[in-house]
Ligand binder design. Structure first.
Ligand code: NAP
Length: 302
């Protein structure tokens, strides 16, 4: 049992189809460096080699914790791909100069953010750098300069965006000398809007895969509340058909069924849940079941 691998697009990086997110890595229960390393090693054994970081995760501490873990077994660095993000400035004791939460996509901020990410993670390059959120003050020419410089110096291999609209994606791409390889967006049974507003369609038109963050709605999928009642009823029904598949596995199968070749990003720290996620690649729901879940989750069929 191993996660499959594929390219985000023809001129993009090859990643594991399932990506391991690190946003919650430093949340309680706090893992030691050895525990993080074990998680990384077990993921690699399962074929999950791609890790999704951001400068701001864990109040600017996740990249450092990840880097400390990797340093316990430096050879693992050659077996993984690292994604990180920049462009958000949080108010934080780690960044006393930030007085206001804001976006910063200036050339100097992008470059200094990447240099810090490389340093704290102890890696010599970033496989994919994403602009974390659209910045109303985005100057695409400045971003283009920063991306070219980082690429020329071998510090970043590929570039993309996150949470961008189609127009924002087009604007930035129009000034770049390299392709934007993905848009990392929120996509799940619980958040379907971007399957209808053109975001996913546009990526399909470009033959680029979306990366899906919060594929289980940040854990909301598992909450036993009235809002989820009908969805849980259908999930229970499908679970019986698909060998007692878990809600997580069926939610991933639902994303996989979409023709956009979505790359889900996992948010769990529990290896048994990662293993279940890998197994979900073998669950092939039908078109009717896909729509049954869509409607049960609150989606409309006009
Ligand atoms: P998620 O998978 O939707 O939610 C993770 C939460 O669900 C965790 O609290 C996890 O708890 C729980 N969970 C997972 N499987 C479960 C199961 N079988 N039963 C019960 N609970 C379960 O993903 P996410 O953490 O919100 O996001 C995933 C990744 O996406 C992040 O790590 C980050 O890399 C990326 N992200 C990107 C953006 C962006 O703007 N680009 C925004 C948000 C997130 P346990 O740990 O207990 O399993």
């Amino acid at each position: 049992m191993s996660a499959s691998r594929t390219r985000l697009c023809s001129d993009g990086p090859e990643f594991s189809r399932l990506v391991m997110g690190t946003w919650r890595l430093v949340d309680d229960p706090v893992l030691s460096s050895q525990e993080i390393l074990s998680l990384v090693e077990e993921c690699v054994d399962l074929g999950i080699t791609t890790f999704d970081e951001a400068d701001i995760y864990g109040n600017y501490s996740s990249e450092e914790s990840f880097g400390k873990a990797l340093n316990l077994n430096s050879s693992i660095k050659h077996k993984i791909e690292v994604i990180t993000k920049c462009g958000i400035k949080l108010i934080s004791d780690k960044r006393p100069s930030h007085k206001v939460k804001h976006y910063d996509t200036t050339r100097s901020h992008i470059i200094s953010s990447v240099e810090n990410s490389l340093k704290v993670m102890g890696v010599d390059h970033i496989d994919l750098l994403l602009i974390h959120r659209p910045d109303p003050l985005m100057n695409p020419d400045e971003i283009a300069e920063a991306f070219s410089l980082l690429n020329d110096h071998g510090k970043v291999f590929h570039f993309g965006v996150s949470n961008f609209t189609v127009r924002q994606f087009e604007l930035l791409q129009s000034r770049l000398s390299m392709p934007l390889v993905t848009n990392q967006i929120e996509l799940s049974l619980l958040y379907r809007d971007l399957m209808l507003d053109g975001s996913v369609d546009y990526l399909m038109q470009l033959k680029k895969s979306p990366m899906a963050w919060s594929p289980f709605g940040g854990g909301g999928l598992f909450h036993r509340d009235t809002e989820n009642e009908e969805l849980h009823r259908v999930l229970d029904e499908l679970s019986k058909k698909y060998d007692d598949a878990g809600y997580d596995q069926l939610a991933l199968a639902w994303l996989y069924h979409h023709p956009a070749s979505i790359f889900p990003i996992l948010g769990t720290k529990k290896i048994e849940r990662v293993r279940a996620a890998v197994e979900s690649e073998d669950i092939h729901i039908t078109r009717e079941e896909w729509y049954k879940l869509w409607v049960a989750a609150g989606g409309l069929i006009p």
